[in-house]
Design a protein around this ligand. Sequence first.
Ligand SMILES: Cc1cc2nc3c(=O)[nH]c(=O)nc-3n(C[C@H](O)[C@H](O)[C@H](O)COP(=O)(O)O)c2cc1C
Length: 347
Amino acid sequence: MKIGTIDIDRPVILAPMEDVTDRAFRQLCKRYGADIVYTEFISAEALRRGIEKSVRKLTADPVERPIAVQIFGNSVESMIEAAQIAEEYSPDYLDINFGCPTKKVAGKGAGAALLREPEKMAAIAAAVVGAVNIPVTAKTRIGWDRESINIIDVLHRLEDAGIQALAVHGRTRSEMYKGRADWEWIREVKAHARIPIIANGDIWSAEDAVAMYAHTGADGVMIGRGSIGNPFIFAQARHLLKTGTPMPPPGFRERIEAAIEHLKLSVCFKGEKYGTLEMRRHYATYLKGLPMVSRVRNKLVREEQWELVIEILRAYEVECEGYQREGKIPDYAEYLNDHSDKLVLNY
Ligand SMILES: Cc1cc2nc3c(=O)[nH]c(=O)nc-3n(C[C@H](O)[C@H](O)[C@H](O)COP(=O)(O)O)c2cc1C
């Protein structure tokens, strides 16, 4: 898949996720094999007004490359200005969010709302393409609702606007996160496309990533929720794509190690207080399915000092060694199929 100077064969990409794909999580996913990572979406209006919290989201480290910055907005003017501000941070490319279904974004005419105004969507895309010297891509859904699926029309408009790749989440805005993502529509988009298509929606395992490629013929696959608490999915998918054989699933030691790495990165970038606090929602997924986990989780989410969090995790690791000797550690694959605890937050 080619975007500007990036040229990666069948990349496995970390999806943009608000409150998830911060610097810490992006760097973690990179270490575990993500080919390309995206920032959380960033409000164009907030960038334009210099809101500190949003401007900070533009910061990334060289280890994260290739990286895309994603912006959203509802006016040509604010998107031009935001794109130029984002460009100063030298991301490898800029991505426009045309898929967010929430009230706070779509309710204000940005994100997925633009699926109902394809002319305005194309005008924003063309203006952003013209305003920066880096490649511009877009990410969207297949339509507003089942009665108005317009992704093929949207694809052609975005191609004409100069968009260099399109990520498609196989759901409509109305479907939010319900049901299964519609891979058939993604295949249809790929069949009509002149630009690279990145397929997204319900990739929960390396096998799903391979199946997504096979089903849609897409140029890239993008993983969101399936990577939360499970950064291993990137190396696993790449390995399966390359060799046709699965990698052994991570054991409890690797999973606890990943949680500790994530915590350290989080503290490094956000400081002890927020770094420790923001990690709290991730422990459930890192430790999912392990024996006697709720007791440990309760301790983890109360602890305020990160070193002590690590001590709790290390003590639990020792405890797990005992469970393993007793044959009480379940197979990872068993709980991978249960997605009920995945974060959807306010998105
Ligand atoms: C917590 C959360 C935050 C998200 N934030 C964004 C975002 O900032 N920008 C975006 O384009 N999509 C966002 N998404 C959508 C994902 O990028 C992705 O399209 C969606 O989750 C479907 O892929 P998946 O089934 O692999 O999770 C978010 C999804 C979740 C669950």
